[in-house]
Ligand binder design. Structure first.
Ligand code: HPA
Length: 264
């Protein structure tokens, strides 16, 4: 980790990085928004996501957005890749050391809310950790007992709704339920998720939210809805579809995010 920190400082300088943005499947176009961009492949950064999933990038980008210096991770490591819920911990700890105070997370997700069909964004207000594992298992300090009330920063959420209204982007918020993946859910699992109060399902983000709060960051997360939950529509759910439809959400995120970053 110290090595990654040194590599980043050597390439991007010492000026603090205020926020970090992690891009979900099919959302890498968002990275083109950065001005004065410095690109560092994850392969040069020990502890950053190696391996990879199609539709995700493998680079750390540092540059300016909304008048602030931010970092963008064009991809992430998922629990389903290696079975390690703490896989993103070294990367997030490095970002913390670079000065990051706000963590912005994006993902692709299936919707359980018929009013939020594919192509829409859903702001995450809370989550259900259905995967049942936690990235802080094994942490041996009292800091592990992280309070998860208002984990998704209420002030940032309110600001996002105001920006979305101004930009005429439809935006509902809801509860994201984390399934481990990599198989998609069964229709019965989707019905269960609805009964339990979830509005969207996905295979990421929750471990990063827990880690972000552990590191004392303000956390914001938004889903790009790529499909209705399994069994809710005629379509066959696939990763190819996820990557394709995520682009519609990417276009909305590319309008929303610079305005949000400006207000951080
Ligand atoms: N389930 C889980 N993860 C997803 C989905 C889904 O329906 N769509 C995109 N990511």
């Amino acid at each position: 980790m110290a090595k990654a920190l040194k590599t980043i400082r050597n390439k991007a300088g010492d000026a603090p990085i205020e926020a970090a943005l992690i891009l979900g499947s099919g959302l890498s176009d968002v990275g083109t928004l950065l001005d004065g961009k410095i690109t560092i492949p994850f392969s040069e950064l020990k502890g950053f996501p190696q391996g990879g999933v199609s539709g995700h990038g493998k680079e750390l980008l540092i540059g300016e957005m909304g008048g602030r210096r931010i970092a963008i991770l064009t991809g992430r490591q998922h629990y389903y890749e290696h079975g390690d819920p703490a896989a993103m911990r070294p990367a997030l700890e490095t970002l913390k050391q670079l000065g990051v105070r706000t963590l912005l997370l994006t993902n692709s997700a299936g919707s359980l809310d018929r009013d939020v069909p594919p192509g829409n964004l859903m702001l995450i207000a809370d989550h259900i950790n259905h995967a049942g594992v936690n990235p802080l298992i094994g942490e041996d300090t009292d800091a592990r007992f992280v309070n998860m009330v208002d984990a998704y920063d209420p002030t940032l959420r309110a600001a996002t709704h105001a920006i979305a209204a101004r930009l005429e982007i439809a935006l509902k918020e809801g509860v994201y339920m984390w399934y481990s993946g990599p198989s998609f859910e069964t229709p019965a699992e989707i019905r269960m998720a609805q009964v339990l109060g979830a509005s969207a399902v996905g295979m990421s983000t929750v471990p990063e939210v827990i880690l972000g709060r552990f590191f004392g960051m303000r956390v914001w997360a938004c889903s790009s809805i790529t499909n209705m939950g399994a069994g809710m529509a005629e379509e066959t759910i696939s990763h190819t579809q996820t990557k394709e439809v995520a682009k519609w959400g990417a276009e909305k995120l590319m309008r929303l995010l610079p305005a949000l970053v400006e207000e951080l």
